[in-house]
Design a protein around this ligand. Sequence first.
Ligand SMILES: Cc1cc2nc3c(=O)[nH]c(=O)nc-3n(C[C@H](O)[C@H](O)[C@H](O)COP(=O)(O)OP(=O)(O)OC[C@H]3O[C@@H](n4cnc5c(N)ncnc54)[C@H](O)[C@@H]3O)c2cc1C
Length: 428
Amino acid sequence: MTRVVVVGAGPAGLAAAAHAVRAGADVTLLDQSAAPGGQFHRLPPGAPHGFEAILSRCSWWPESTVWAVAGKRLHVLRGPADGAGRERHVLEPDALVLATGAHDRTLPFPGWQLPGVYTAGAAQALAKGERVAVGRRVVVAGAGPFLLPVAESLLAVGARVLAVLEANPASTVRKGWSWRDARKAGELARYAAALARHRVPYHLGRAVVEARGDDRVRAVVTARLRADWSVVPGTERTYEADAVCVGHGFAPRPELAVAAGCALDGGFVRVGDDQRTSVPGVFAAGELTGIGGAVAAAAEGAVAGCAAAGGVPGRALLRERDRLRGFAARLAAAHPVGAAWPGWLREDTIVCRCEETTAGELTRAARDPAAPGPHALKLGTRAGLGPCQGRLCGAAVSALCGTAERHHRPIAQPIRLGELAEVKENDA
Ligand SMILES: Cc1cc2nc3c(=O)[nH]c(=O)nc-3n(C[C@H](O)[C@H](O)[C@H](O)COP(=O)(O)OP(=O)(O)OC[C@H]3O[C@@H](n4cnc5c(N)ncnc54)[C@H](O)[C@@H]3O)c2cc1C
């Protein structure tokens, strides 16, 4: 029987596990979270998740973090991330499905380091998972349809949403969105109704360009943008707000795939028709391979799980996956990141929040002929050398400095030195 390990129990990983089981494989599904569901199906602790049927048919490893990969050999730590005594395990399956998802992408702006500035995903996770609102008077801004469920969740937990701002103008947004996807149209109509009910204005072609306050966010400055995201002078407007949620799309979490040796395209894992990566026996699915939402992630997961188990994905499955990938491409066209966003920055705007590297330091270093290339830039300015290892600032630093983003992080997840030094690993 083919042994398949699926890393990540979001929509992609759950579908991969279900289809690998269906194709006759012995499946281990693991996730660093205590509950399955990933980002999309996030629920308050203890709430029924509805995935019992699939979990009962595979080995389910919650609170299990893969911190390193070599080929198909996985190094796993089992136990609560903030507890002592996590157990080390090694897994070496016949086939591996990576479904590690994505994290928020947020562009810097003056004041974004102030308490009260949240990524849209963090605000959403707190609202959905803990029923906590990040503020009382909140501005939601950035790019992409994800801003709408974030605003809806904030309203549901009692926040007053002052405005939702999409940075792209109507002409750009119209390019991608069409009414051919009825399910999405229904979802959009629901969000629009929620905003209307609470009298929340939705503005296109406007962005948060500054957060103000000494100790925390007290005010948020917005401005009208041109299609390339340059600011139209004189269009600034200030809101009194105690929180701002910003999201400019998502960035994949490719660390494990990079460690396994998988080739990337523009930061996303390159996959073939059956979700096979460039490394034999390693498959990838979900937002790791492209940003398209939970339904597209699940469709990719279904194909990956079936193929990883040695099955042949059916035509209907492939057609559905391709249709949803088409939607993902339209979404990217409708909500691009405009190239002129660095115009919002000042010399002293922090870009790498971990190391407090400013835009001025970065652009000076990028022009310095004595420090050519991303490696020297990183060592010279410390951008990307802090705890997040460039996950948050990497794309912004590359855009500002004209360098390639580096995805190679040998330890994919934080691990204590004591855990690293421990010799014994339990083979499973
Ligand atoms: C913070 C956040 C909130 C979001 N909320 C919503 C929402 O409310 N509505 C919506 O439509 N879309 C939301 N999205 C978009 C959403 O991510 C996708 O549409 C969908 O969940 C993608 O599915 P996936 O399976 O590819 O990844 P995910 O759902 O992200 O699942 C990936 C899983 O992999 C696990 N994982 C990652 N690395 C490791 C590792 N090294 N070891 C073990 N486990 C690992 C993670 O814990 C996670 O459970 C959100 C995205 C983010 C980043």
